[in-house]
Design a protein around this ligand. Structure first.
Ligand SMILES: [Zn+2]
Length: 252
């Protein structure tokens, strides 16, 4: 995107060579949020622009709120890798990706500064408007790649974003009491849980068996929607929260 204007007003431009064309005429329908998971912002920005890394994203948002665009929104950046959402397996071809500078789980998962979150909100609002992205398709990397990716992590303030009109979040049902489903269980309640997760968009097979895949998908759901406890166990709070989110979706 050398010499071109940024798609987001106020963004700096630093082109990354790591991009291609969106495949099969796919349109943008997902906004995917990441953390960089590296010790500092300049290092992460260099990595995303290094041809040897073969990774990129459309934007990086630094801790001070500075936004840098690396790939045009019309192009396909290389940020999602293997993953799927609602049956779509080429997530890069139908998404815009934002890397948010934060050392992540390897760095002890520090809080995201408010000024950085404000910048993510302003940037995301523009992206969602330009591409008419539905709120339930503003996603975490961990949502599309459960078990493989943890970002942007359970400290990411999805509630703050939703209050600002970006993405979908409902107050989680309180933790405590009720039946619990966990790894190893088999039967109709497991099938019902898997069906609800698949209906929301998660890549999960409806087998009736609470296998490792089910555990990591439940973890991914918790990391986004019930972040107070991320343990891969479908307790009542997890199931109710999922049910509430789905209910709101189906009647909206
Ligand atoms: Zn990521």
């Amino acid at each position: 995107m050398k010499g071109s204007m940024p798609d987001h007003r106020g963004a700096d431009v630093r082109p990354s060579p790591n991009f291609g064309e969106r495949r099969d005429g796919k349109q943008v329908s997902i906004l995917l949020l990441h953390y960089t998971g590296m010790p500092d912002g300049p290092g992460a920005e260099d990595w995303l622009c290094d041809p040897a890394s073969e990774v990129s994203c459309h934007y990086i948002v630094h801790e001070d709120g500075r936004v840098v665009q690396m790939v045009r929104e019309t192009d396909r950046a290389w940020h999602a890798g293997a993953g799927q959402w609602a049956g779509e397996t080429d997530v890069n071809s139908c998404s815009v990706g934002i890397e948010i500078v934060n050392p992540g789980h390897p760095g002890g998962l520090p809080e995201f500064p408010a000024v950085q979150i404000d910048a993510v909100i302003a940037l995301s609002r523009g992206i969602v408007e330009r591409h008419a992205i539905a709120p339930e398709r503003v996603l975490a990397h961990s949502d599309v790649s459960p078990g493989r990716k943890l970002d942007p992590g359970e400290k990411f303030p999805w509630d703050v974003l939703a209050r600002a009109g970006v993405g979908r979040f409902m107050t989680p049902s309180p933790i405590g009491g009720g039946p619990v489903l966990s790894q190893g269980e088999v039967g109709p309640p497991v099938e019902a849980l898997q069906s609800m997760l698949a209906l929301y968009g998660y890549g999960i097979e409806i087998s009736g068996r609470y296998d490792e895949r089910t555990r990591v998908v439940v973890e991914a759901f918790q990391r986004h929607f019930r972040p107070a406890r991320v343990d891969g166990i479908a307790d009542r709070s997890t199931v109710e929260t999922l049910h509430n989110l789905l209910g709101g979706l189906l009647v909206s």
